[in-house]
Design a protein around this ligand. Structure first.
Ligand code: P6P
Length: 335
């Protein structure tokens, strides 16, 4: 199922001369998002809120809507003739839809990120990225983020938006309830180098390494401190919502690996959370780092691996990298 080419998304893909196979997959991803958006609106009446009673590969409690969203993306995008592999947060193994041929597409999806917010009616999202099979028979899905062909997300909030980049420039489409079509509403999303807004889960402060502790302390010290300006803090527990705010007005998002999650490599997953968001943020003029290396340059070792994530306004990421150089973390953080 794809969006007819006479839509604003279809027109944008044509105008950018996006490869027709990739364009068709992107339109299927957008169509999936409209179906997920409908399921979210109807969830309370379909008894879809709550736990599925299962756990995913991450060992996390799967929500019914996690499972439903994964099924929607898998079925809707599975029709794309060029799609060879589907990598999902909700499935332990990679799903191969066909024998891989050079140029075929690989889709990485976090079908419903932030789903713990569903029962309290807060924004959640779907995160995606696409890369390419390098050679006939090549079953390696572990591509560096900088080699992705495109990345984006759908955010399900007061409005449903579809945000995407092909590496240069980030655009946003808003779902028009009057006709169920995505309309181009954000023609050039940019991350300004400066900000006074940071996002971190401060309840983890006791686990932080020195560089993160110092950075947050500097922000909290405000105009009386070394930064000479006051900062505001936001934390939505929904990466898509935090990143959308940063793409809309700037900011910095921190989910560092710390003493508590270091053994796992951090909390957020590289292939279908950190890499797509880093790809978007860098395409919008921002930066994304673990504190010691660019996220997009990491060579993945496993498709569910986790990573330390610092992303947003470039001046802030530069400050965080400097702090990591001055106060190297006690251990090399898995990445
Ligand atoms: P915490 C949601 O579960 C998620 O993967 C991201 O969307 C979000 O930024 C983070 O975890 C929230 O983590 O520890 O604050 O619940």
């Amino acid at each position: 199922m794809t969006i007819p080419p006479d839509t604003e998304l279809g027109a944008y893909l044509l105008q950018r001369k996006v490869d027709p196979d990739l364009a068709s997959l992107v339109e299927s991803i957008a169509a999936s998002a409209t179906v997920v958006a409908d399921h979210l609106k109807e969830a309370a009446f379909q008894n879809h809120i709550g736990s599925a009673g299962t756990t995913n590969i991450q060992g996390e409690d799967q929500k019914l809507l996690d499972v439903l969203a994964d099924r929607v993306f898998r079925e809707t995008c599975g029709d794309a003739t060029s799609l060879a592999a589907y990598v999902s947060e909700e499935a332990e193994e990679v799903t191969w839809l066909k024998a891989p041929a050079a140029g075929d597409l690989i889709l990485y999806v976090d079908p419903l990120d932030g789903s713990s917010n569903l029962e309290v009616n807060l924004s959640v999202g779907s995160i995606f990225a696409v890369s390419q099979v390098q050679a006939d028979g090549d079953t390696n899905v572990l591509r560096k983020g900088r080699d992705y062909l495109c990345a984006g997300y759908a955010i399900y909030g007061p409005s449903t938006l579809f945000v995407i980049t092909f590496g240069l420039g980030v655009v946003g489409f808003t779902l028009d309830p009057s006709d169920g079509q995505f309309k181009l509403t954000n023609a050039q999303m940019r991350v300004p180098p400066e900000t006074n807004e940071f996002a971190v889960n401060s309840s983890r402060q006791r686990f932080w390494d020195e560089p993160i502790r110092r950075y947050v302390d500097e922000c909290l010290a405000g105009s009386a401190g070394p930064r000479g300006q006051d900062f505001n803090m936001r934390w939505t527990a929904s990466m898509v919502a935090d990143v959308h705010r940063i793409l809309t007005r700037g900011g910095v998002f921190l989910y560092p690996a710390d003493e508590s999650n270091r053994r796992a490599g951090g909390k957020l997953r590289l292939m279908y959370e950190a890499n797509p968001m880093a790809f978007l943020i860098e395409a919008a003029g921002g930066a994304a780092s673990t504190g010691t290396e660019d996220i997009l340059r990491i060579q993945p070792q496993a498709h569910h691996q986790r990573v330390s994530v610092l992303l947003g306004s470039s001046n802030e990421i530069e400050r965080l990298v400097q702090l990591h150089q001055i106060h190297p973390s006690q251990e090399k953080i898995g990445s």
